[in-house]
Design a protein around this ligand. Sequence first.
Ligand code: NI
Length: 197
Amino acid sequence: MILPIVAYGDPVLKKVGEEIEEGSDIQTLIDNMFETMYNASGVGLAAPQIGESIRLFVVDASPFAEPDEDGTIDPLAEGLDGFKKVFINPIIEEESGEEWGFHEGCLSIPKIREEVFRKEKIVISYYDEDWNLKEEEYDGYAARIIQHEYDHIEGILFTDRLSPLKKRMLKKRLQKISKGEVAVDYRMRFPLAKKRR
Ligand code: NI
């Protein structure tokens, strides 16, 4: 089932997500999140974005692994073909390396992309969808996507990581998004949309 994606300005996006009780059956929610993410052509989706303030996100980075016109694959996308994963109650244990900039977008903030700086490498522990505890290391785009989604369950948006000047420049556009004054081709829920009469 495709769920509406919560837009910028909704308080749920600013909340720290609750831990999920170990062993809970959340398969239907996971399936719905993947369906919702694919429908919106996203590579990651966190539970707060569908209105659930819990520590869960899904990613599928395969689109990054597709060769471009001259047939080359971006080295930062190495190993991302079929990179589809569920992260339950994750903890980023370690972040290391140089900070690098990448233009991030977010399904909750349509049509805005800005450069965000994050560290290269992460070590993350989490439960997979069968409640197996894992600890893995990521770099490149995989780390980037995970860091962005992890921020969501901590109540942080990529716009929170921009300079005060950038934030001021985006303010009007972000307000418009909250009101639903933006063209999107997937279902969204806007916190400040005028009620239909
Ligand atoms: Ni996002």
